[in-house]
Design a protein around this ligand. Structure first.
Ligand SMILES: [Zn+2]
Length: 561
């Protein structure tokens, strides 16, 4: 589950006889849940990161379970539906740089530079050769240029909002017209430039190669104060970095007009390589993801077993184990953009993400999406759902959007419910392990979902209602937020708003869902990271301008945080 959301809650308490501690079927259910969580959260699966061998082990396990239960394959390749995760730009192997310098009469030193360590190409650099000589402080037409970053920092020392990365991009964009064949930025000064290769930077590509070379290398070769003239011989080869993931999809075809989708993501963080871990220690560790979301996946498998036995045929069922959720809802977005059943026949969607840590004393579960259909109110407390549910406390949240896969279905105007037993201290840490899972609580949730589905089977097609957007909380790092739900799967320049929260800064500036934020104040927004960094530069009450794109048109508006 992605962080950054809070859920305003309403409490409902239920009482009645218990099913948990006596029926054999519940015992069987609990042991099935335990078995699935034990397998999925095992170190062998190395945290089930999308695109890894661990993900594939999980995929085949889930497909085997679906097959055993008798679900029909409903992916694009049997049970699987693969998709690509665009990870931005990477420097391909062909990227090289060799520098030569004549140090004394007839003596030339030559050094082949290490990629990333000694140099990198900016992600918006053109691909192509970097050849010719360049002299510090001298800009000649038809040759590469050495660009002194320290000078730029000095010139802009008085501007607290100075955006060095933005400056370098803007300058580089026009350098060809000034006669440069390539640019080599270096920093001879003491001031830090914090420039690194950022593959997520999606600024439009420019027309000449642009590189950064570490000053240490130039100094070492120069062995004098004055750096002087260097000959460059290299090649820039950038390309898209992609990895693939796959959803696992099984179906029960009752030849009904409508289909119910039940979903849960099975991917998790691996060793935390994607920057979404809350683990601070240095040595890499497996994030087992027992609660997030082996628990929901286990519940999904057991629900398919229960519904396979169900006599009610008023709906077909689709069980989807999503991947790519931790990267930004990639799997569910891919499915709703490339559905393997007519999306218009989907009656509603129920998502389970982190249902394994029910608190034993409060016995509470949060159900989100409550406001997405007028029918939910009658179903969630319906006896078919609450029967045999001792002391289950249900907290509801009306919003159809939030930090998990139901949001992709809600965006397609499909009523959704989202089951969640709450955050805990092991969230997104290696310590989210199977021995902390509350299997009795999970069994209660499976029965509740089963009850809601049963009740809904008598209701025909559920009506859809739009709700307010889930509140995006300002995380500790930022004192302000714009109130947009970023589209994490968007791979173009800027940040695309998937949703805009009522009454927040972005909405008041006129930004709508689908718009792309390109600039805030003087800061160009080229990626999710630069958007986050830029937010960190403003404080509550600050007024500035925002530039955003809608279709082919660009708008500039005032925004107040
Ligand atoms: Zn999750």
């Amino acid at each position: 589950m992605k962080s950054r959301f809070c859920l305003p809650l309403l409490l409902i308490t239920l009482s009645g006889c218990t099913i948990i501690n006596n029926s054999t079927s519940t015992k069987k259910l609990e042991s099935g849940l335990r078995e699935h969580v034990a397998f999925l959260a095992d170190d062998k699966l190395e945290g089930r990161r999308t695109g890894t061998a661990g993900e594939k082990l999980a995929m085949s396990y889930i497909a085997q379970q679906f097959q055993k239960i008798g679900l029909e394959p409903k992916g694009t390749d049997q049970y699987y539906q693969s998709f690509l995760v665009n990870e931005g730009i990477e420097m391909k192997e062909g990227t090289t740089l060799t520098i030569s310098k004549s140090v004394s009469e007839g003596t030339v030193v030559t050094k082949k530079l290490n990629i990333s360590k000694d140099f990198f190409a900016f992600p918006y650099s053109a691909n192509g050769p970097v050849t010719g000589t360049a002299t510090t402080g001298l800009h000649e037409v038809g040759l590469p240029r050495l660009m002194d970053i320290n000078e730029v920092l000095e010139d802009n020392a008085s501007n607290p909002h100075f955006d060095l990365a933005g400056y370098i991009y803007e300058y580089s964009k026009n350098a060809k017209s000034k006669g440069a064949t390539s640019l080599i930025w270096y920093n001879p000064g003491k001031k830090e430039d914090k420039l690194v290769f950022n593959g997520k930077d999606k600024s439009p590509t420019i027309d000449i190669p642009v590189l950064y070379v570490s000053n240490a290398v130039l100094n070492e070769m120069a062995k004098e104060d004055e750096l002087g003239t260097f000959s460059f011989n290299g090649m820039v080869q950038l390309g898209e970095k992609k990895r693939s993931g796959a959803n696992v999809i099984g179906a029960i075809n009752n030849n009904a007009a409508t289909t119910v989708v039940i979903g849960a993501h099975f991917d998790h963080l691996g060793y935390g390589e994607d920057g979404n871990s809350r683990y601070e220690k240095k040595e890499p560790a497996i994030h087992n993801g027992a609660d997030d979301n082996a628990s929901g996946t286990a519940a999904l498998i057991e629900l398919s077993r229960i519904l396979k036995r169900s006599t009610s045929k008023t709906n077909n069922y689709l069980f989807i184990a999503f991947s790519g959720e931790e990267l930004g809802l990639y799997g569910s977005k891919h499915f709703t953009d490339h559905p393997t059943v007519e999306l218009s026949t989907v009656n509603y969607m129920i998502n389970m993400d982190m249902v394994g840590r029910m608190n034993d004393s409060t016995r509470s579960v949060t159900i989100g999406g409550f406001g997405t259909s007028p029918t939910w109110a009658s179903l969630i407390n319906k006896p078919s759902a609450t029967k045999n549910q001792k002391n289950l406390t249900i907290k509801i949240d009306s919003s159809g959007s939030g930090p998990s896969d139901h949001t992709s279905f809600y965006r397609k105007n499909i009523p959704v419910l989202f089951y969640f037993t709450g955050l805990h201290t092991d969230y997104h840490k290696p310590s989210d392990d199977a021995d902390k899972i509350n299997y009795k609580g999970m069994a209660q949730i499976v029965s509740h979902v089963n009850g809601v589905v049963k009740g809904a089977n008598e209701k025909g097609r559920l009506a859809f209602l739009k709700t307010r957007e889930a509140q995006t909380t300002t995380t500790a790092r930022f004192s302000v937020s714009m109130g947009i739900m970023p589209d994490y799967t968007y791979s173009g320049n800027g940040v695309r708003a998937d949703g805009v929260t009522e009454g927040r800064a972005a909405q008041q500036a006129g930004i709508k869902a689908g718009d792309i934020v390109l600039q805030i104040g003087d800061y160009r927004i080229s990626s999710m990271e630069s958007y986050m960094q830029t937010l960190g530069k403003f404080k509550k009450g600050d007024k500035t301008k925002v530039v955003y794109q809608r279709g082919a048109e660009q708008f500039t508006a005032e925004i107040q945080f």
